[in-house]
Design a protein around this ligand. Structure first.
Ligand code: FE
Length: 290
């Protein structure tokens, strides 16, 4: 490890949340971790939902037709599959291990419906804000099946799926061309293995633990934090993150994006900068301009 790397300021855990139960769409039960009264946002991330259930009653109704404007939705499926259809004729299936990075931009109307009637449905949706200059961009999709996502192997049997951004070891992720310059890594970390990664100081960053238990290091002696499965840890200032596996099989998402620092006007499925723009979004949607 180079001197400059090992002397980087480690981003410590600033706070943790296990989210709140939420119901959305036509009755999908999930846990909301970002976008709650406790945790409004981690700029540029507006929302994080995790659905993880093998009870079809919790997911079968899905998310029928609804609009979005002004941001991006990133859907990542761990188990089960979701079919997506929009009003512009775009349709796709997000299967296990697959990801869809959707730029809603100036507006889409879409449905997201489970393509299964039983079994485990486990996945997550992240909302990534867009800067004002990009909010009215044309809608776009980036879709990758599990086998299309770049994977990086590191010493200690560490495996990293690189969904977005570029790792310190040079692996280029599936998505690299977004305005918030996001880093989105899915890391499998065996017990006692140590994972270290650069995270730009300009970026808001968090970790969500999918399985097992991890320990996030800090430069301050005695200030490391254990984070268990189902918990989200907001990372403080710094330029790198260092994580050690605590359980026998640990898996977590490391997500970071450049802070936008603009006013937010949020109304359900629309996220704009001003109330006027929000009213315009509702009016455009109601008059069929999406
Ligand atoms: Fe949606």
């Amino acid at each position: 490890m180079s001197h400059s790397d090992s002397s980087a300021k480690l981003r410590p855990v600033e706070s943790m949340t296990s989210g709140v139960p939420a119901t959305d769409g036509a009755g999908v039960r999930m846990t909301r971790l970002i976008g709650t009264s406790q945790l409004d946002q981690i700029d540029p991330f507006l929302l994080l939902d995790v659905f993880q259930t093998d009870n079809p009653d919790d997911y079968i109704a899905g998310f029928p037709s609804h609009p979005h404007r002004g941001f991006e939705t990133v859907t990542y499926m761990f188990a089960g599959q979701m079919r997506h259809k929009d009003n512009a004729g775009h349709e796709g299936l997000i299967g296990p291990g697959g990801i869809q990075w959707m730029t809603a931009g100036r507006g889409i109307v879409h449905s997201e419906l489970p393509e299964q009637e039983d079994g485990l449905m486990w996945g997550t949706q992240l909302w990534v804000n867009l800067p004002s200059s990009e909010k009215m961009t044309a809608p776009a999709y980036r879709e990758f099946a599990a086998g299309q996502l770049p994977r990086e192997k590191r010493d200690g049997d560490i495996e990293v799926i690189v969904i977005a951004g570029v790792t310190s070891q040079g692996t280029i992720g599936a998505v690299t061309d977004r305005p918030t310059d996001p880093l989105y890594l899915d890391v499998r970390l065996p017990e006692a293995a140590c994972f270290r990664e650069t995270v730009a100081p300009t970026h808001g960053a968090f970790i969500y633990v999918l399985a097992g238990s991890i320990c996030v290091a800090s430069n301050q002696p005695g200030a490391s934090s254990v984070v268990d499965a189902g918990s989200l840890a907001i990372l403080g200032e710094g330029s790198a993150v260092e994580v050690k596996g605590e359980g026998t099989a640990n898996r977590f998402l490391l997500i970071a994006g450049r802070t936008i620092n603009e006013p937010i006007a949020r109304g359900g499925p629309f996220v704009m900068n001003t109330d006027d723009e929000l009213r315009q979004a509702f009016s455009d949607y109601q008059s069929g301009k999406f």
